[in-house]
Design a protein around this ligand. Structure first.
Ligand code: ASP
Length: 352
């Protein structure tokens, strides 16, 4: 009798200890709120090496990233919505020729600029996206308008421009997006594709003369506001030398952009075809929702394991409902910045 009592006692103690030392996966994902509000941005990933970036260029990128992230941070700090923070932050980068979005977008094979963007609201799971837009100054604003003012999720080409005009968005001459630097990149790629590459390289060369040296300058932003709402947005010119109306991952909800208040918000940058096949942004959210992974575990698995095995290159920024943030990329660098409710600012370009 005495022995039986001790055995039961030991079992109870061991069960008790187990529950204390190994938190259930659910507990792991309901960790306490790290930040009341936060914002994270990227300006593209790729072979960004210190030796290839002059001090002035590096300073210019860092200054623009800081300016952009602070715009969104101020909105959030003053109680503004994550939607407004994402839009205004991305617009700073769209207006800068440094990034492959808005002004400074890369050129298509036909020497035009075709812009893609998307936005998602984590509270309602509403979303809006545009593809192949040629004359709307702010594609991210248009993507948000598609969400708020139409019955649709994605509009493309001429129709998207007509919708933008009807909604009173700023229309520009396509030459607004021209930058000499991007135009010359296209010429270099075209010349190289014609002369130096053998047949096997042609697929990669189609997008970049040396895909391994590609820089993906897409911009993106994820924000968490004081009401606990997450929003994510992405804006891009796509990939240099694209043709046939090619559309990348940036306007594809679930690939380039995803947000869900239950889990996280994500914006991607990289070789879009792989991000579409991997459903990268949604996969991160799904791993958190169905496997109870932390943000860090999910982003690491999706980028370092799954995307890399598929042969894709690029990265993501992600922010969860508790204000945890993650920058994850398998390239040499990613233009990136973040800021939290304690005003702590991070601005980085290369790997640690
Ligand atoms: N993901 C973009 C695309 O494939 C490119 C980029 O990130 O710069 O269109």
């Amino acid at each position: 009798m005495k022995n039986a009592f001790f055995i039961i006692l030991l079992v109870l103690i061991s069960v008790g200890c187990k529950q204390e030392t190994v938190p259930s996966s659910e507990e792991k994902n309901t960790t306490k709120q790290q930040h009341e509000f936060a914002i994270i941005i990227h300006g593209g990933a790729g072979t960004i090496l210190k030796k290839n970036l002059s001090d002035e260029k590096e300073a210019a990128y860092k200054a623009k990233l800081e300016e952009a992230v602070k715009v969104g941070h101020t909105i959030l700090k003053n109680g503004g919505t994550s939607q407004e923070a994402v839009m205004k932050t991305i617009q700073i980068m769209e207006e800068s020729p440094l990034f492959n979005a808005g002004k400074g977008a890369v050129f298509t094979h036909e020497e035009t600029n075709e812009l893609d963007a998307s936005f998602m609201d984590g509270k309602t799971l509403n979303a809006g996206a545009v593809a192949g837009v040629t004359n709307v100054k702010s594609p991210i604003e248009l993507a948000i308008k598609v969400m708020t003012d139409s019955d649709h999720v994605m509009l493309s080409g001429k129709g998207a421009s007509i919708f933008a005009k009807e909604k009173g968005l700023e229309i520009v001459d396509p030459s607004y997006f021209y930058t000499e630097k991007r135009f010359q990149s296209l010429q270099r790629i075209k010349n190289k594709t014609k002369t130096e590459l053998d047949h096997n390289d042609k697929k990669a060369a189609f997008y970049d003369a040396d895909i391994k040296n590609a820089k993906f300058g897409t911009v993106g932003c994820v924000a968490l506001d004081k009401n606990g709402n997450i929003a994510a947005g992405t804006s891009t010119g796509g990939m240099t030398n694209k043709r046939w109306g090619r559309i990348g991952d940036a306007p594809i909800i679930g690939a380039g952009t995803y947000a869900n208040n239950k889990t996280c918000g994500v914006s991607s940058t990289g070789w879009g075809e792989y991000f579409i096949r991997g459903m990268v942004a949604y996969d991160i959210s799904a791993q958190m929702e169905y496997q109870n992974k932390s943000l860090k575990e999910a982003t690491t698995d999706v980028i370092k394991n799954k995307l890399t095995k598929l042969g894709g290159t690029g990265g993501v920024i992600a922010l969860d409902k508790n204000g945890n943030m993650s920058f994850e990329f398998n390239t040499a660098g990613m233009y990136r910045a973040s800021m939290n409710d304690k005003d702590e600012l991070v601005v980085k370009i290369y790997k640690e």
